[in-house]
Design a protein around this ligand. Structure first.
Ligand code: ZN
Length: 65
């Protein structure tokens, strides 16, 4: 389903690859996640919270304790 290398993706701060903060595996996003959402790593199962890096206008995943 995921195809990289094409343009034409203008959804806000999405369609980027995040990494699991626990095991560094790529996190699979559906594309409609937003900051504050909890996502689960498909590799280690750890929950992560999506946060917004305001400086770069990027979403990143942070460990959810
Ligand atoms: Zn993980």
């Amino acid at each position: 389903m995921l195809k990289w290398g094409c343009c034409a993706s203008d959804s806000l701060a999405m369609a980027r690859e995040l990494e699991c903060p626990t095991c560094d595996a790529p996190l699979v996003l559906q594309g409609d996640e937003k900051t504050g959402d909890e996502v689960f790593c498909t590799t280690c199962g750890a929950p992560s919270l999506l946060k917004l890096n305001e400086d770069r206008d990027e979403i990143y995943a942070e460990e959810d304790y």
